[in-house]
Design a protein around this ligand. Structure first.
Ligand code: DAH
Length: 340
């Protein structure tokens, strides 16, 4: 009997060496402990033994059982380890292979110029504010002293939306800021503006402006000049000169257009693509805020004065990068954009 137990154990040891999968191990277990298993058969024999031999034999079978379970446990651990090793080998990644490149996007030239302008004014103590693209006639025209007969209010110059319209300029943001009444005011207001223009090399129905407004006690035209000269020098270089030409805007009095000396040829060379030989290029409109504009928005013009300015972003960027056609900014052709 003792021999049989040893035989079973020895057989199990050699069988388990051949087993390399959990499935086979399960099969093995059934062969030993299952209904028709070897150990189960031994238990059945136990009943046939003389009474006095039973305890000793039972003890032996129990020991065998324990030993077999240990063997199986070891085998299970080995199989699992091997499976893991195999899986890791299968799934090896070659980290020395060249990676898949991806190209980084970059800022649109209009964004670059806009960001530069914002940074310059920010550095001069201006806050950046925004107003809505959809306005009404009051903010876009009336409150800016643009009366009902003004040609700018013509159907053909404005996108109307029932009682509303798409702002034709960023100047209505001036009104919104004045109405809030937190004086003094020192802001720029960048944003999109809309005009029903046919698309060509210098016109687009959507473009961008940057508005500026400074209001406080004792603000004069000298401040206007100083601020805009600083701005021009920051943007175009320390050598740039500015000049003012008298102009008319309904919301400023006096009004002017400001030119800068050509940053490309500086002297007005006849072949210059930027200034076309003029020596100067137009940069922006500006002036002292009209007292009626202040008054309409609840700011007392006897106490406060201010200056305002407005410029177009696209034209500035075209000059900056010597781009002859405004449409290039909106076509988003990668070959164009990747040059900046
Ligand atoms: N809103 C004007 C335009 O669209 C530009 C402008 C001129 C804005 C003079 C101003 C200003 O604030 O003072 O043509």
């Amino acid at each position: 009997m003792q021999n049989r137990l040893e035989e079973i154990y020895a057989q199990a040891q050699s069988d388990l060496k051949q087993i390399t999968s959990l499935k086979a191990l399960e099969q093995f277990k059934i062969g030993v402990f299952g209904k028709k298993g070897q150990v189960t058969a031994l238990m059945k024999e136990l009943g046939k033994l003389p009474k006095e031999e039973r305890p000793a034999f039972g003890q032996k079978v129990h020991e065998l059982q324990t030993k077999l379970e240990e063997l199986m446990e070891q085998s299970r651990a080995t199989i699992k380890k091997e499976e893991l090793t195999a899986a890791l080998e299968r799934e090896t990644i070659d980290i020395t292979r060249p990676g898949q490149g991806f190209s980084l996007g970059r800022k649109h030239p209009l964004t670059t110029v806009m960001d530069e302008i914002k940074a310059i004014f920010f550095g001069m103590g201006y806050k950046v504010v925004e107003g809505p693209d959809i306005e009404n006639a009051y903010y876009n025209f009336e409150a800016l002293n643009i009366n009902a007969n003004h040609p700018a209010r013509d159907e053909s110059d404005t996108f109307h939306l029932g009682d509303y319209l798409l702002r034709t300029q960023t100047s209505p943001v001036q009104v919104r800021v004045l109405e809030k009444g937190n004086l003094p005011i020192k802001i720029i207001a960048p944003g999109r503006v809309y005009r029903p223009d046919e698309v060509d090399a210098t016109h687009s129905p959507v473009f961008h402006q940057i508005e500026g407004l400074v209001v406080g006690e004792g603000v004069t035209m000298a401040h206007l000049k100083g601020n805009l000269l600083t701005f021009a020098r920051e943007l175009f270089g320390a050598n740039v000169k500015i000049r003012f030409r008298p102009h008319h805007f309904p919301f400023t009095e006096p009004s002017a257009e400001m030119d800068i000396s050509c940053f490309s040829c500086e002297t007005g060379k006849s072949g210059c693509k930027v200034c076309r030989g003029e020596g100067y290029i137009e940069l922006l409109g500006c002036g002292m805020v009209h007292p009626r504009v202040l008054e309409m928005s609840g700011v007392d013009p006897n106490i406060y004065t201010g200056f305002a300015f407005g410029m177009g972003l696209e034209r500035l960027a075209m000059q900056r990068y010597t781009i002859g056609d405004l449409r290039l900014f909106y076509e988003n052709d990668i070959r164009f954009l990747s040059q900046f």
